[in-house]
Design a protein around this ligand. Structure first.
Ligand code: DX5
Ligand code: ZN
Length: 224
């Protein structure tokens, strides 16, 4: 079984006390910190940049999982690598040479991940898997740009297809993950669970992370 991991998204943390949000996530048993980068062009919202990754990497010891919702990721990956990103996720819908940009992420010594939006066909990332250009696939279960949206269950068919083609790859799911939606995502074959608003509104994040992890482990690949 691939490692089941829980990744709090600090997009849902209190921006006035972001470092505390990172510390809370780590102390609660998070496996990685998920940092949502939005450029206001690829998505309608603007969020955080390399300095937030630098702060988070300095604050906690767990890896930084950096989600680039930007039009031209190739212009920014070096800055995020320098800032302390461990995994860099680029979108298949972005405006770049996918093969070259994924290769550049690896040349910088980072884990490379390809992300696809809910409406993007799963076949679009075939090449990335077939040629093993990626270490991780991120399946969006909401339309990127904002936290707190409802989970789109129809993306589970894509998760299952990816798990069937590439048993070795880490499959992350991002958007609307909570104690209930994690069941279907895990059953479909996802093993990395990104959760923002659900985890940051918990009175006891540690218990919530432990429960999410347990549910994911119990249901992993059960629908395949
Ligand atoms: C959405 C982001 C997500 C977001 C998830 O554009 O990519 O990572 O923070 O937030 P929740 O868990 O609130 O849907
Ligand atoms: Zn994200």
């Amino acid at each position: 079984m691939p490692d089941i991991q829980i990744l709090p998204s600090i997009l849902a943390a209190d921006f006035g006390r972001l470092a505390d949000g990172c510390t809370l996530a780590e102390a609660s048993g998070a496996d990685q910190i998920h940092v949502d980068v939005m450029d206001g062009v690829f998505v309608p919202n603007i969020s955080m940049g390399p300095d937030v990754v630098r702060m988070s990497a300095k604050t906690v010891g767990i890896p930084q999982n950096v989600h680039l919702m930007v039009k031209r990721p190739q212009d920014h990956i070096a800055a995020f690598a320098r800032a302390g990103a461990d995994t860099i996720q680029i979108h298949i819908e972005s405006d770049c040479n996918i093969r070259e940009t994924l290769a550049k992420i690896r040349q910088l010594g980072k884990r490379a991940a390809i992300t696809l939006n809910p409406e993007t066909p799963v076949e679009s990332i075939f090449e990335c898997l077939e040629n093993r250009w990626v270490d991780e696939v991120l399946v969006m279960s909401v339309h990127p740009g904002f936290g707190g949206q409802a989970y789109l269950k129809y993306v589970e068919a894509k998760i299952t297809a990816i798990r069937r083609w590439a048993e070795w790859v880490d499959i992350a799911v991002d958007g609307g993950i909570d104690g209930e939606t994690v069941v279907g995502a895990a059953a479909a074959g996802a093993n990395l669970f990104i959760a923002g608003s659900y985890l940051f509104k918990q009175p006891d994040m540690k218990a919530a992370i432990a429960a999410l992890r347990k549910t994911a482990q119990e249901n992993f690949c059960s629908a395949m």
